[in-house]
Write a protein that binds this ligand. Structure first.
Ligand code: NAD
Ligand code: UFG
Length: 340
């Protein structure tokens, strides 16, 4: 009997590529559709090298019916789709909202449409902790109030609402919406990792670029928050753990009690920005020079997940700690630098 095949939209990106590796290592087949708007085709070879398995890659825009239909026709039958494709820069979405509404909403709608056209009943959506807006209560539980503070977050919430509506009408369509907290780190091989264009907005890629001398110093945004050390607190989660969460979601999706579930993927532990930087400096012999600066507009002081539901529904729990996150991120930056 052949393995179940999983289609990853945006599967050459940061989270998609790590998920591809975990799915292949768990016995699933993988097909990817990616338009390379934020990734490189070389990632295909890296995934195949790590796993020793072949994958199908379609270069195309899953927001275009002809491209996503081609993926289903050339790679099918597809057991489940994991929909990663989309733009994700929060700051850019404030200045170019239409770019975000168009790509994030069209890619979701056309991919769901294709699922119906080709009889794929299982859909996993890359959502985000951003759907909790400015959460007032920690840890954040899935049933907490949802809102948004910028267009990127709005697209995630609109897609979640759309999926709820579809699942009400289509009882045999199964959906898991995975709300990621702060994924960081890289695969232990050093062959895949996060590869942002230009100057990174996110903390970990900024730290590693300072550590290898590509950037001069890290500015820690704010030291006067109402937190133990005055810096923001986040729920950093190792990308390998996050990828495993997707495997558990694929394992589970055909056997859900309700046909739609939202699940937090985090470690459930708040770690401050200062703690993360200090840990990175421990493992790198003080390679990341950091200074304090003013707060960044729009940052919430504290965000971390309640992870009980992930354990109950998916049987999943994060295993790796902050040190592992720092070591793997640094290794990726170093190996990546040699190639460039
Ligand atoms: P990424 O940019 O590395 O990966 C996204 C991939 O999708 C890229 O390879 C890009 O080329 C591709 N893509 C974009 N639009 C496409 C389209 N229309 N058709 C085909 N391919 C397209 O981002 P990531 O960090 O891997 O994030 C994956 C998903 O997870 C995104 O939806 C993102 O919003 C969500 N998410 C990410 C984070 C995070 O911190 N990285 C947090 C929460 C949620
Ligand atoms: N930070 C710095 N200096 C930097 C970059 C970040 O101090 O150079 C701080 C931020 O102020 C914040 C923390 O590090 O306190 C984490 O910032 P990131 O930009 O790495 O991550 P965010 O928590 O702001 O955002 C992440 C994802 C978003 C998602 C959000 C909520 O990047 O996509 O989590 O889930 F919407």
């Amino acid at each position: 009997m052949s393995n179940k095949k999983i289609l990853l939209t945006g599967g050459l990106g940061y989270i998609g590529s790590h998920t591809a590796v975990s799915l292949l290592n768990s016995g699933y087949d993988v097909a990817i559709i990616d338009d390379l708007s934020n990734s490189h085709i070389e990632v295909k070879d890296a995934i195949q090298k790590i796993t020793g398995k072949k994958i199908d890659v379609i270069i195309g825009d899953c927001g275009k019916a002809e491209d996503i239909n081609r993926a289903f026709e050339e790679c099918g039958p597809i057991y489940a789709v994991v929909h990663f494709a989309g733009f994700k820069a929060v700051g850019e979405s404030v200045h170019k909202p239409l770019k975000y509404y168009k790509n994030n909403l069209e890619s979701a709608i056309e991919t769901i449409n294709a699922c119906f056209k080709y009889g794929c009943k299982n859909f996993i959506f890359s959502s985000s902790a951003t759907v909790y807006g400015n959460a007032q209560r920690m840890p954040i539980v899935e049933s907490d109030l949802l809102s948004y503070t910028q267009p990127y977050g709005e697209t995630k919430l609109v897609i979640e609402n759309m999926l709820c509506g579809i699942c009400k009408a289509e009882k045999d369509f199964n959906v898991i919406m995975l709300r990621y907290f702060n994924p960081v780190g890289a695969h232990e091989s050093g062959l895949i990792g996060e590869d942002p264009n230009g100057i990174p907005n996110n903390l970990m890629p900024y730290i590693t670029k300072v550590a290898v001398g590509k950037l001069e110093k890290l500015t820690i945004f704010g030291s006067d928050y109402p937190t133990p050390d005055g810096t923001c607190v986040r729920d950093f989660i190792h990308i390998t753990d996050l990828a495993e969460g997707h495997v558990k979601a694929v394992d589970k999706i055909g056997h859900l009690e309700n046909n739609i579930e939202a699940v937090n993927l985090g470690r459930g532990k708040g770690v401050s920005v200062k703690e993360l930087v200090d840990t990175f400096n421990e493992i790198s012999n003080g390679a990341c020079k950091a200074v304090y600066g003013p707060r960044r507009e729009g940052d919430v002081p504290v965000s971390y997940a309640d992870v009980k539901k992930a354990n109950e529904v998916l049987g999943w729990k994060a295993r790796l700690g902050v040190k592992d996150m720092c070591i793997s991120a640094y290794k990726w930056e170093l190996s990546h630098m040699e190639k460039k």
